[in-house]
Design a protein around this ligand. Structure first.
Ligand SMILES: O=C(O)CCC(=O)C(=O)O
Length: 325
């Protein structure tokens, strides 16, 4: 007898709308959670000088959770500032969505600037806006062959690589080189089916997954779909890391849920030039972060994220000493 696909069973359960699934078994990161499960807070006595310009809070207040049932899986609970959330949401919409990054909409259009095109007529073309489902950065993920190649590769955004470096250092996963990313754009009815991420040559390097906007139920299973997955609620700003034993586990997103908190709307404080110690930071980087304080600069992005979720999924492709594929 075939062994039951318990992953699919759970996926269908959380996906359904009528009747709505119970969220009783979903692992929520409220304060009671710490009593129920193992907490793995990494004490940091020193901040990293890059945090503020990357839109991150001081490392000393970050909260990371590890799970005894899922070794290698870690969640850092929203370490982003409100301004940082705005910065990364805007990057994904305005910049990472431009060609030559690859996008699902490339089949239908050759236009470079999807975000500007959405507002071409002066008001938002929602139908066109909702067509963007993914973009790929760095080594482009090949959805058919699942094989990366040197011939299909763009420049990986340096700020995103630096963000991953700070998170990797915090967790002690060094050295990590961000070389490929998928940015997923979810609407309220979107799902992502069960899969493993196994295209990378380097399957020891962790995978960093950043969530912004509306919340998601994230299912994490094991190496076979016959094992029942756990359901986690990912909220805006949460970073999920799949490392070690969890790196090759099945995972999926069966449901997007309305966010109960909108951390991108919390009080925004400007980044002060005097706080930035990084040698490579330029005045433009600070103003790029601070421009989203102005409501008129931020409004269109806020409207998008009020009904959407964005996930940035970053991988190292090559082995530590490898230069090309
Ligand atoms: O959206 C998510 O949280 C997961 C995305 C994912 O698994 C992927 O892009 O491979």
């Amino acid at each position: 007898m075939d062994r039951e696909d318990l992953f699919m069973k759970k996926f269908k359960y959380y996906k359904r709308n009528n009747p709505k699934p119970s969220l009783e078994q979903v692992i929520l990161f409220n304060d009671e959670y710490t009593i129920l499960k193992q907490v793995n807070n990494i004490p940091h006595t020193k901040n990293d000088p890059r945090t503020e310009i990357l839109g991150l809070k001081d490392l000393r207040v970050w909260q990371s959770l590890a799970f005894s049932d899922h070794p290698g899986f870690v969640i850092i609970r929203n370490p982003f500032t409100a301004l940082g959330q705005r910065y990364w949401i805007r990057k994904c919409l305005e910049e990472y969505s431009k060609s030559p990054n690859k996008r699902n909409i490339d089949i239908d259009t050759s236009l470079n600037d999807w975000w500007s095109e959405c507002y071409k007529s002066g008001k938002c073309d929602k139908k066109f806006q909702n067509k963007l489902r993914w973009t790929t950065l760095g080594y482009h993920h090949n959805w058919d062959t699942k094989v990366y190649s040197e011939e299909s590769k763009g420049i990986f955004p340096s700020e995103l690589a630096e963000l991953c470096e700070v998170v990797a250092q915090y967790l002690g996963y060094e050295p990590f080189r961000a070389e490929a990313a998928i940015v997923n754009y979810y609407h309220m009815c979107s799902t992502l089916s069960a899969h493993t991420d196994h295209s990378e040559v380097n399957l020891d390097a962790p995978l960093f997954s950043f969530s912004f906007g509306q919340s998601a139920i994230f299912l994490l299973g094991r190496h076979e779909k016959t094992i029942e997955p756990s359901a986690f609620l990912l909220n805006s700003g949460d970073i999920a890391i799949m490392s070690k034993e969890a790196r090759l586990c099945y995972h999926a997103v069966p449901k997007i849920l309305p966010a109960t908190k909108c951390p991108w709307s919390d009080i925004v404080r400007p980044v002060q030039k005097s706080n930035i110690h990084l040698k490579c930071m330029k005045a433009e980087d600070i103003s790029e972060m601070n421009k989203n304080i102005k409501e008129n600069e931020w409004r269109n992005f806020e409207n998008y994220i009020a009904e959407s979720r964005i996930n940035i999924n970053v991988r190292q492709v090559l082995m530590e000493n490898q230069i090309t594929l």
